[in-house]
Ligand binder design. Structure first.
Ligand SMILES: *Cc1c(COP(=O)(O)O)cnc(C)c1O
Ligand SMILES: [Zn+2]
Length: 410
């Protein structure tokens, strides 16, 4: 079902598959429009997917790219892990962790970059750029290096050092903007209209968004061509959350899976929760906020897809909740101590919200819950450093014995 065009999400105006992202009639966001997914033989589609590479390119039938560039980093096919110990602790009947830290640059952003970069190369671009809260910059720098194209990334200047180093080492030009992510994003929109650059999350945004769908296709395939009953997804711009819903819809249209959409829960940090605020107030408008949170990768105060995430959560019986910095840190520790997975602050947000929802009885229907852990803990070690105690001892056996005696009073 090759994509035919871009289409405006608001007024349905149709555009060619080029580096376009906003409708010239109504300024609405553009998205990729495929030929109908109906009428395909699901058995044949399933065979094509299963015979495909062990990367997100096995779902190429559902992506707006003819073929991946040669030498591309293999993004996707991250493990789906049954988390029985965490489930027991939270009182959840069946819980799975989709661990995106296994991607080449250790976050789910490898997916969006893989697809946007491939399409950008097809369109003839030579310089690739992005506005990033960290992980996107890291992914773009690596995939650009693998493909042999130039990368220039824009990040808030106060970003975690670990993410800046992991990005710069790939040879990308790193520009630290003194301002918030939302200011970085506005600057990039201006640059995109003046320079012949492909911004993966600005003028290539429709293709970027398509990359997120592959996370959902994998969950369905890994559950044996079935949909879970609940998903918990972190929300920054809201793109991942909404695209997961779209991907499940496409698989349902093709007959690859049956049943209803899962309840699409969303997770935000209390210090940047415009979507969770709107959810709890019963509003369908997200009022922009000034981010103040340790979950920097989710710190988007004016989320482009916020209203769509709200609509999807409400339509599917999902809830959008927020977690404080303290709860985020505890969430990181809880996941690590029950599964061995060390996640970054965004994952802490997801686990903290998962715990809140469980506490509130959101999963009491006994359905399967999948929590999306979107990034790696080694990128934000500072967030939890103060939770860790190191016992120091001199190097003699007697010193060690003395230490043990202190711990175990006679
Ligand atoms: C970018 C990001 C998200 C969410 O992204 P959306 O903008 O909502 O698609 C979640 N987790 C991590 C670690 C991220 O880097
Ligand atoms: Zn429009």
């Amino acid at each position: 079902m090759p994509p035919k065009s871009l289409v405006c999400k608001e007024c349905k105006e149709v555009y060619p598959l080029e580096a376009l992202y906003a409708c010239s009639n109504c300024f609405g966001p553009l998205e990729v429009k495929y030929e109908s997914f109906e009428g395909r033989d699901p058995e044949e589609l399933r065979r094509r997917i299963q015979a495909g590479p062990l990367s997100l390119w096995r779902y190429a039938d559902f992506l707006p790219v003819a073929a991946p560039p040669s030498g591309s980093l293999p993004a996707g096919m991250s493990p789906l892990i049954k988390a029985d110990r965490l489930a027991k602790q939270l009182g959840i009947k069946e819980l799975w962790i989709k661990n995106e830290a296994s991607n080449p640059t250790h976050s789910f952003k490898d997916r969006v970059v893989a697809v946007a970069l491939a399409r950008g190369i097809e369109l003839g671009f030579e310089t690739f750029a992005c506005a990033s809260t960290g992980n996107l910059a890291n992914a773009l720098a690596a995939h650009a290096a693998a493909a042999g194209v130039e990368a220039c990334v824009f990040v808030p200047a106060d970003l975690e050092r670990e993410k800046i180093v992991a990005t710069g080492i790939n040879g990308a030009r790193v520009i630290g903007v003194r301002g918030s992510y939302d200011q970085v994003n506005r600057l990039c929109s201006e640059i995109a209209s003046e320079r012949p650059w492909a911004f993966v999350n600005v003028n290539l945004r429709p293709y970027y968004a398509e990359g997120s769908k592959t996370l959902a296709y994998e969950i369905a395939e890994q559950l044996g061509w079935d949909l879970p009953e609940h998903l918990v997804v972190p929300i920054a711009s809201g793109s991942l959350h909404t695209r997961i819903g779209r991907a499940f819809d496409e698989f349902r249209e093709c007959g690859l899976v049956s049943g209803n959409l899962p309840s699409m829960h969303g997770a935000q940090a209390s210090g940047c929760s415009p979507v969770a605020n709107a959810y709890s107030e019963g509003s369908d408008q997200c009022i922009p906020v000034k981010p103040e949170t340790i979950a920097k990768s989710l710190a988007i105060g004016d989320p482009a897809d916020g209203p769509f995430a709200l609509e999807l959560a409400r339509r599917t019986g999902g809830a959008i909740e927020a977690a404080t910095d303290e709860e985020i840190k505890n969430g990181i520790a809880l996941l690590a101590q029950t599964t061995g997975i060390f996640t970054e602050t965004a994952g802490g947000v997801t686990v903290a919200v998962l715990a809140k929802l469980a506490e509130r009885g959101a999963f009491d229907d006994g359905g399967r819950v999948v929590a999306c852990i979107t990034g790696e803990g080694l990128k934000t070690p500072g967030a939890v450093a103060d939770l860790i105690d190191v016992e120091e001892v001199d190097a003699g056996f007697a010193d060690f014995e003395a230490l043990e005696r202190q711990l175990v009073p006679a």
